[in-house]
Design a protein around this ligand. Structure first.
Ligand SMILES: [Zn+2]
Length: 93
């Protein structure tokens, strides 16, 4: 007895995200020196910082001092927006 398997599709890996560097002042209401220690992050993303090899970016959602969800590098403090290759925003939460 054989079952049809035509409805099984191979899983495609998610496309890589396109990173856009943001000025921290445009998304966060904190002085640079207090940036990392005052933010609540929501885990590491798959993406890595283009400036710090191998550092995974941390997801930062909107919160008290954050105006826009973004990805933060814990190494250099840079902030990034991310979109899919087709231009759809990836951090729309
Ligand atoms: Zn970095």
């Amino acid at each position: 007895m054989s079952q049809p398997t035509s409805n099984l599709r191979p899983r495609r890996p998610a496309p890589p995200l396109i990173l856009h560097e943001l000025a921290p002042a445009s998304v966060i209401d904190l002085p640079d020196s207090e940036l990392v220690c005052h933010l609540t992050t929501f885990g590491s993303s798959r993406e890595t910082c283009p400036h710090c090899s191998g550092r995974h970016l941390q997801l930062v959602l909107r919160q008290e001092n954050v105006r826009q969800a973004h990805l933060l590098c814990p190494g250099c403090g840079r902030c990034f927006d991310a979109s899919y290759p087709d231009g759809q925003p990836a951090l729309c939460l």
